[in-house]
Each structure stands twice: as structure tokens, then as C-alpha cells.
Design a protein around this ligand. Structure first.
Ligand code: GLY
Length: 317
């Protein structure tokens, strides 16, 4: 039995471990760990109180994957529903599809009886207003949106907010008593993103992948990179090809070096092999980045430093 996650998911570990200790499934544990993170008003990277897109609308992405069957469910660009991880789970359980986007995902949530909620908390609105809508350099939202992709000043004003909060996400990998794996990822995505932008979190293979036979991987950080390099699946595939966990994860991190990117990005992953060994990796060299884990015999979660693979090979390994 095991939970491995980004540190912001520690909040849900008690609920997840309770399920695992009671003989519940890894899928149930993953969903139970992520839901309180999605409700946490102090976490501005996930669910309620997540930072909005450039128009001030909170848009959420999430995915969940079952390592036993390789079934997966995902939703993207979902507004008004606090728990995209639960919508994703129901997509996996009830539909012959993997992903629902925007209005379709919201319609499905409504049909399932999920309650709508205003996801923009007062705090997130204040951060947004002070960072975006009150910016003296841009006087209308339309102008902001029309400049969003190409204007370097937009990139500069976004940079002020800092890497961690720009791309925060939560992810969890669980192994249950039966030895089945599950993985889940949930995010409000890139703060001040272009409306409709979808990151790696709901993309199976990019931000999330899970296969009982080899292991699992989930990403946080600048999702466009994981989408282009198919990072989560790469880690699992490298293990299938015979690499040990650390080498597989390190190789997938080094794959990111081939990508050209418009500004200094950050990428992180957690990964678990088929025997339950776990690692965390980050590209960040100027601060310690940790992940959190808990095994069957541990009373409380413990944090562990992620290994660093800088994006620039000159800086290190
Ligand atoms: N990794 C989350 C995102 O880029 O949306």
C-alpha cells in the first residue's frame, strides 16, 4: 500500500490511507486524496480558488487512470464544478470515452447531480485583479487576450507571479492492498492562461500514466512541455524497456532539454515502479522541491527531496 504525491496533496492523505487500510481501491484513494485539495481555498493551483484565465474565469483540468485495466477518464476547461477529478472518474466509469471538454463536461456533471459553484474565491480574484485586470499597461480584457500569445510584456507580467504558482497542480499515485495502481492529476492550470488552454494534467500520457505491469508517473509544472514530450508515458515506457525507475524518470526529464520554450519553465514528476519504489524529479535548481509519500506501516506522511535534472545540461547532471 502506498500513496505518493505532490506536497499540496498531503491534505488528503488521511482520507486516502483510510480507504487503503480498509481494503478500498487505489482509484477510490486517489479521488479521496485529490478532492480536499480541490476544495482548499488556500491552494491557488487546483479546484476552488484556483487562479483564473486571463478573462478571470476559473477553468479546471483533471484526469484519473486505472493501472489494472488502463481505463482512463479526463475533463478539461471545466467551469463551475469544484471536483473535476470526480467528473473525470465518472467519465471513465460510465462513458465509452476518455475525455470531455468544457460545456460537455459541465453538462455531464450536471446530469450526475453535481452542484455548481462559483470557483473564483475572493483571494484568487484579488490576486488576479492586482496582477492582470488593474495592470496600467493594459486597459481592457480584450486587449489582454489579443496580446496573450505574442506580447512579451504579457509574459513579463505573468513572470512576476512566479513559477510555482503559475503552474501549480496536484497529483497522486496510489497502490492498494490488491497491488493495483491508480494515478490522478487535477489543476486550475496556468494562471492567466488564454481561455480554453488545456495543459498536460488531463492528457493521458502527458501529465498522467499508470500501468500495473510497469508503474506510474504524474507531472506538475509547465504542462506544454509534458504534452510535447509525452513525459508520463515516457517514464513508464522506459521502465517497460528495462530501465530502472530513477534512470527512466531521469531520461524522461532529460528529454525535455530538446524542447525550445519561450521563457524559463519548471517541470516536476513523481513516479513509482511496479514494486512500489518511488522517486520525485524536478528541473528546479534554485530551491528545494519535495514530494510526499506514505506506506502501509507509516503513521503519517513523509516528505522527500526530488532529484534535480536541470533543463540546461551545463548547469549540472
Ligand atoms: N501542469 C499543469 C498545467 O500546465 O496546466
Amino acid at each position: 500500500m502506498l500513496l505518493v504525491a505532490s506536497t499540496n496533496a498531503e491534505l488528503g492523505f488521511a482520507a486516502g490511507m483510510e480507504i487503503l487500510h480498509a481494503g478500498g481501491s487505489a482509484l477510490d484513494a486517489v479521488e479521496a486524496v485529490i478532492r480536499p485539495v480541490e476544495s482548499n481555498p488556500d491552494d491557488h493551483s487546483v479546484g476552488y480558488s484556483g487562479l483564473p484565465n486571463i478573462l478571470g474565469q476559473v477553468e479546471l483540468d483533471a484526469s484519473i487512470m486505472d493501472g489494472k485495466t488502463l481505463a482512463a477518464g479526463a475533463v478539461c476547461a471545466v467551469k463551475h464544478y469544484e471536483h473535476p477529478i470526480s467528473i473525470a472518474r465518472q467519465v471513465m466509469e460510465r462513458l465509452p470515452h476518455v475525455m470531455l471538454a468544457g460545456a460537455g463536461a459541465e453538462r455531464f456533471a450536471r446530469e450526475l447531480g453535481m452542484k455548481k459553484k462559483n470557483l473564483l474565491s475572493d483571494t484568487a480574484r484579488a490576486i488576479y485583479e492586482s496582477n492582470v485586470s488593474d495592470s496600467p499597461r493594459y486597459n481592457t480584457m480584450r486587449e489582454l487576450v489579443s496580446r496573450a500569445t505574442h506580447d512579451p510584456e504579457i509574459a513579463a507580467s505573468v513572470d512576476d507571479y512566479g513559477d510555482e504558482k503559475r503552474f501549480g497542480t496536484t497529483n497522486v499515485i496510489a497502490i492498494d492492498r490488491a497491488g493495483n495502481f491508480a494515478s490522478g492529476v487535477s489543476t486550475s492550470g496556468w494562471a492567466w492562461k488564454y481561455p480554453g488552454r488545456v495543459g498536460d494534467s488531463p492528457i493521458i500520457g502527458a501529465g498522467n500514466y499508470c500501468d500495473n505491469r510497469y508503474g506510474a508517473c504524474a507531472c506538475t509544472g509547465y504542462g506544454e512541455m509534458a504534452m510535447r514530450a509525452n513525459t508520463a508515458h515516457s517514464v513508464v515506457l522506459y521502465m517497460k524497456c528495462g530501465m530502472r525507475l530513477s534512470r527512466a524518470a531521469g531520461e524522461a526529464m532529460r528529454d525535455l532539454r530538446a524542447l525550445t520554450v519561450p521563457f524559463p519553465p519548471g517541470m516536476n514528476l513523481i513516479a513509482v515502479d511496479a514494486r512500489g519504489k518511488h522517486v520525485g524529479f524536478t528541473t528546479e535548481t534554485d530551491r528545494v522541491v519535495e514530494y510526499v509519500y506514505q506506506t502501509e506501516t507509516m503513521k503519517t506522511p513523509r516528505k522527500k527531496k526530488r532529484a534535480v535534472v536541470p533543463l540546461s545540461p551545463q548547469k549540472g547532471k
